[in-house]
Design a protein around this ligand. Structure first.
Ligand code: PXG
Length: 465
């Protein structure tokens, strides 16, 4: 047998086992089983390698999380050292450990001012679930048990636990599970590019930001401020389609939350840890959260770990409640995950990653994308911040008109990307990029070249080129 057929047989063997035994997240398992999964066997820097030896440039940093790229030896060694020294211990029995303590203190130093008390969990969903529980607890402690409604935005993605999915505004996530739970209400969001198609007319981004903030105020007033516990939002929508807020939006939202005593929960699961060119999206947009959640980039995805950070108001009330807080996980503050996260933050600080993204590679990516695709017949808008970029594929640029079958064009483009060796995601017909923060200028050149090629191939398929 040739080496090639041995490789194919190994791939087919894995595909058959996967189809028989593995249920994939957010996938049609039967269809995927027939098609056969791609088996990723290794990764280095910004590149993935599959079981057939094909190399892919990972324009998504995994799932928006591998800030430092793959194969970082320092992170691997930090994890291995902790595995040898203290592979596990918990925080339930009046105990702690140096890794968890140091990580909490380090986060308090890096987070926006005032966010100084940290509770750990293992995923973004768990962090958001925990945040909602802490918000409820806070209002109970304040003697305001009626303040229980959690507001969030259409197109928001906050995860998949019962509460995090209820908080999410991507409606296809709900019917399979009879969600949302009671007490979760939605407000419209700041998708300016779609404003015209959604009946808002020819409005400027700034006016649109103000208008959408007003919708939040109207909702609070309709529900009664005495019933509204919190407003949750990502600084920038991630999985909802990389939607960036107009400059007027966050100042107005913060003013409204303050006015009606609604806690502001900022979900930085994607925007944290250098992604937008600052340590946190809250720095980029001048947001002062009462409570913040983070995950993904905290460990560059090398270990599952997430955190909830509390500002003084919630933190003091909860830490000084003089009773047991009845919440926490077996793996909250896992020493190995904390050791890797600590090393990750140390490297990010040492290499000044947020600054490099903000001042060098981020602007370079956006300039190159505009140069390569600004005039493209399919490209309605290129938007971004730091190393986040979205390329909106549209039917009619001048009219800002979407394709009639939303999602088809994005899928065509995404399939070309895989064939050409680029991981670029499609959300509806928006192509999104979120590469590792260690990406270099020559690697950005390669990414943009590939993106252009795949969008050209898509235009050719549609008869537009
Ligand atoms: N909040 C935000 C803003 C997220 O993006 C979560 C919470 C949940 O995190 P966990 O760790 O529970 O998955 C996320 C996760 C996608 C995609 O397809 C995005 C996420 C997860 C999976 C897929 O864009 N974001």
């Amino acid at each position: 047998m040739s080496p090639n057929s041995t490789v194919h047989n190994q791939t087919r063997h894995w595909q058959a086992l996967d189809a028989a035994h593995h249920i994939h997240p957010f996938s049609d398992t039967a269809a995927l089983g027939k098609e056969g999964v791609r088996v990723i066997t290794s990764a280095k820097g910004i590149y993935l390698t599959d079981s057939e030896g094909k190399r892919l440039l990972d324009g998504m940093a995994g799932l928006w999380c591998v800030q430092l790229g793959y194969g970082n030896d320092e992170l691997a060694e930090a994890g291995a050292k902790a595995l040898h020294e203290l592979p596990y211990y918990n925080h339930f029995f009046k105990t702690s450990n140096p890794y968890t303590i140091d990580l909490a203190a380090k986060l308090a130093q890096l987070l926006p001012q005032g966010l100084e008390r940290i509770m750990f969990a293992n995923s973004g969903s768990e962090a958001n679930d925990s945040a909602l529980k802490l918000i409820r607890y806070y209002w109970n402690l304040q003697g305001k048990p009626k303040k229980k409604i959690h507001l969030s935005r259409e197109l928001a993605y906050h995860g998949v636990t019962m509460a995090a999915a209820s908080l999410s505004g991507l409606t296809p996530m709900h019917p399979q599970f009879d969600l949302p739970l009671p007490g979760f209400e939605k407000v419209p969001t700041v998708y300016w590019y779609g404003a015209k198609a959604h009946g808002y007319g020819d409005i400027t981004p700034d006016d649109f930001g103000t208008l959408i903030a007003q919708k939040l105020e109207e909702k609070i007033l309709a529900l009664g401020p005495e019933h509204v516990a919190s407003f949750s939002a990502e600084p920038i929508h991630g999985a909802g389609g990389l939607i960036f807020p107009p400059a007027t939006y966050w100042p107005a939202v913060q003013e409204i939350c303050r006015k009606y005593d609604v806690l502001l929960h900022v979900d930085e699961v994607i925007t944290g840890f250098g992604r937008t060119g600052n340590w946190f999206g809250s720095h980029t947009y001048g947001i002062r959260p009462d409570i913040m959640t983070m995950a993904k980039g905290l460990s560059s995805g090398y270990q599952p770990i997430s955190a909830v950070a509390l500002g003084p108001r919630m933190g003091d009330a909860i830490a000084n409640a003089n009773e047991e807080l009845v919440h926490g996980y077996t793996y909250s503050g896992h020493p190995v995950a904390c050791a890797v996260a600590l090393k990750n933050l140390e490297i990010m600080e040492r290499e000044r990653i947020p600054e490099v993204v903000g001042k060098d590679t981020g602007p370079y990516l956006h300039a190159k994308l505009r140069e390569a695709l600004g005039d493209h017949v399919l490209v309605g808008e290129i938007r971004g911040a730091g190393l986040l970029a979205a390329i909106e594929l549209v039917d009619d640029k001048a009219e800002r008109r979407f394709f009639p079958e939303i999602g088809d064009t994005g899928t065509i483009c995404r399939n070309h990307c895989f064939k050409e060796g680029l991981v670029m995601r499609a959300i509806r017909d928006t192509m999104v990029l979120s590469p590792p923060l260690t990406i270099t200028r020559p690697e950005i050149d390669e990414l943009v070249r590939l993106a252009r090629r795949c969008i050209d191939l898509t235009a050719r398929d549609l008869g537009r080129l």
